[in-house]
Design a protein around this ligand. Structure first.
Ligand code: GLC
Length: 680
């Protein structure tokens, strides 16, 4: 059951697709307090056993209890445990205790503060800073049912094309087609499977969106064709800001259409990002989205089938006003004298120039023809950009699925694209963080996601990259991405490249199966990754497990995320068959009983746990997703009673695939040998 309650005068967000009437009576379960500043807080006492799932992109464990978070889309380079916010705001949380199962969704585009047992472990206080929102309560009997109800409220998850499940190589710095060709050849030469290479900002002319360097990419259409003939796609980046430069097409057309966000005096708001001073499209306007979506057309016509949208929180490196204020402070300190407080103030003023909260109050959007200050709708910006792109795709490639993933997001954007987890570091703790963020993202509808494998910032090592890849084998988006000036991070740069190639080979052997599980989850409003609590709600150990995930209908993952670990402890909530992978062709099988197990795993090994009477399907190899044979499989499972697996297959690109027509039933016959060949 879903009930809606309205507070203040909510702004439209495009998050919810069901038109529910607002309830008349008081909000049940929660205490409601209005703040003097216009904010409104919702307070709930927590059961000692209560677990809190959701909030999408956020730091810390799968169970969010015990910390304080803020919904405020932020360009943050350092995902430490203290970070209240990351790039997306996903205001859906499920309270789960032996006495209660209650979901709450705040459809609020401004800042929301989530004190989830931070001040007091026995209490949750959720505060909408503006006090203008629609609040939804979801009451269902099971966690999966609550997840499904939320998706029915907010719409079906985005479906990427099948090739997007292949391995993607990316790096900030690839600057010419020759460089990209070399990266591709190094993979092909060594038989490291690969489906796409991302183009970061260096493909553009002076980092200007929708341009490409004529000398480095003299004929993008030809180059894209050449790559496709080798089973590879190019995936260029597009940033949110449009460089202020007369004579540059997107700026001129944006200016002519009056498409940019405005300051209070009616002039365009300007702040710097990679290309220098930029204007920011007002993505909340339909006509602006149309203009922006049209800008992708030349790239689509050059054969591009996938994009990543970036810097769309929006990231603001500095504004003229912000710089002037910092200099004014420096002048005051210069004339007034320096003490430690002044020096620290100076440091904060300059380090706070980027993404300065003041800047987010300096500009306005048009909502229903009226100006709305940006900070009140801040969290919608990235979602608006995703929407503009997706609407453009639907105009230019109707009926087709294209790849799109964004950095910033809001609920609603899960219908139009995936997201990546942002600028992580080559840290072991960030490998664990990536794992822990996945189920919250799935609960909030973002099924197509993954982290920068290997880590974006800092210098990766061969062992860390390999352990990252072992998680990436299972994440729908499997992309190796790293920052400029860090150690080169392509698999073939490392002495253990052969073993990492073998890790990627497992992804390709599993790809038709993982695609099938993803599509079934997306088409039935289910989750691809789930906390164990969703499947074993009565098992206290399972509910509290923070570093293992259920995947699809048949299995559980438990990656190694510690340096030099010789394996890890795994809790099995039921009897399972362990597949210990070394490569697609080399794995061993071990039936394990419910309970705790030490699993030894050398660097090249990683496990997958299959539930009894279920199976996973392995296909025979291929170095791109198109080369895989999805008609002959080895079914791996411990089958004691007759069972079946429903394999979802389609052409991998039709926009509205048939959820039922794509299914093939595969009979699983009792088999103690655990692995059996099947044809379908
Ligand atoms: C941002 C993105 C990162 C990208 C870089 C340069 O930091 O998050 O992925 O490589 O910008 O475009």
């Amino acid at each position: 059951m879903i009930r809606k309650y309205t507070f203040g005068v909510p702004l439209p967000t495009n998050a919810v697709i069901q038109d529910l009437p607002a309830e008349e009576g008081p909000l049940p379960f929660f205490g409601v307090t209005a703040g003097k500043d216009g904010s409104v807080s919702f307070t709930l006492s927590l059961h000692p056993e209560e677990a809190l799932f959701g909030l999408g992109q956020a730091v810390r464990g799968m169970d969010k209890r015990g910390h304080r978070y803020e919904s405020w889309n932020s360009d943050v380079f350092n995902h430490t445990e203290e970070r209240p916010s990351l790039y997306g705001s996903h205001n859906f949380l499920v309270f789960f205790s032996p006495e209660r199962l209650l979901g709450i969704y705040l459809d609020d585009p401004g800042k929301v503060v989530w004190d989830l047992g931070w001040e007091d472990y026995s209490r949750a206080v959720i505060t909408s800073v503006s006090g203008n929102l629609d609040l939804y309560l979801i009451e269902e009997n099971t966690l999966p049912a609550a997840a499904r109800a939320f998706r029915q409220l907010t719409g079906r998850s985005y479906l990427p094309p099948r090739w997007a499940f292949g391995y993607i190589q990316s790096r900030w710095g690839y600057a010419s087609e020759q460089e990209v060709r070399t990266v591709a050849q190094e993979h092909r030469k060594r038989h490291i499977p690969l489906d796409a290479v991302c183009l970061d900002i260096d493909y553009m002319v002076d980092f200007k969106n929708f341009t490409w360097k004529p000398d480095a990419f003299p004929d993008l259409a030809r180059f894209s064709r050449e790559m496709k003939e080798d089973g590879l796609r190019l995936v260029p980046i597009i940033d949110a800001g449009i460089k202020v430069e007369e004579g540059y097409g997107p700026y001129d057309s944006g200016k002519a259409g009056d498409c940019f966000c405005k300051k209070a005096d009616g002039s365009d708001f300007v702040a710097a990002v990679w290309p220098g001073r930029c204007c920011f499209p007002d993505f909340l306007r339909e006509d602006v989205r149309r203009w922006f979506g049209d800008l992708y057309r030349p790239l689509l016509e050059a054969g591009i089938e996938g994009f990543w949208n970036d810097m769309n929180e929006p990231a603001l490196f500095y504004s003229d006003e912000g710089v002037a204020e910092a200099f004014a402070l420096a002048d005051r300190i210069r004339s007034g004298g320096v003490d430690y407080e002044a020096a620290w103030g100076l440091k904060d003023a300059f380090s706070g120039i980027a993404n300065n909260p003041e800047d987010y109050r300096r500009f306005y959007h048009q909502v229903d023809g009226k100006p709305v200050r940006h900070d009140l709708v801040h969290n919608l910006y990235g979602a608006g950009m995703t929407r503009a792109t997706a609407e453009g795709f639907r105009r230019f490639r109707p009926g087709e699925r294209l790849l799109l993933f964004s950095r910033s997001s809001f609920i609603g954007a899960h219908r139009d694209g995936g997201i990546w987890q942002g600028d992580n570091f080559s840290w072991w703790s960030h490998l664990k963080l990536a794992l822990q963020m996945l189920p919250g993202l799935n609960l909030c509808g973002f099924l197509f996601t993954g982290c920068d494998l290997g880590g974006f910032g800092c210098n990766v090592t061969g062992d860390l990259l390999q352990r990252f890849l072992q998680l990436g084998v299972f994440t729908p988006l499997m992309r190796n991405h790293s920052a400029l000036h860090t150690r080169e991070q392509e698999i073939y740069r490392f002495t253990n490249w052969e073993s990492m190639r073998d890790t990627v080979s497992v992804r390709y052997a599993l790809l038709p199966y993982l695609y099938s599980e993803f599509m079934k989850a997306a088409l039935t409003d289910g989750m691809y990754f789930r906390p164990l609590a969703f499947d074993y709600p009565a098992d206290r150990r399972a509910v509290r497990t923070q570093d293992q995930l259920m995947l699809g209908g048949d299995c559980m993952i438990a990656p190694v995320y510690e340096q030099n670990a010789a394996g890890r402890y795994v809790y099995l909530p039921e009897d399972m068959l362990m597949i210990r992978f070394r490569s697609a062709a080399d794995y061993d099988l071990e039936p394990l009983a419910k309970g705790d197990h030490w699993i030894s795993l050398s660097l090249g090994e990683f496990p997958l746990f299959v539930r009894k009477n279920h199976a996973v399907l392995l296909c025979s190899g291929g170095e791109s997703s198109a080369a895989l044979d999805d008609t002959r499989f080895t079914a791996v499972g411990q089958i004691e009673t007759e069972g079946e697996y429903a394999l979802y297959r389609d052409d991998g690109k039709t926009a509205d695939p048939d959820p039922v027509g794509g299914l093939t039933k595969i009979q699983l016959v009792p088999d103690k040998a655990f692995a059996r060949s099947i044809q379908c």
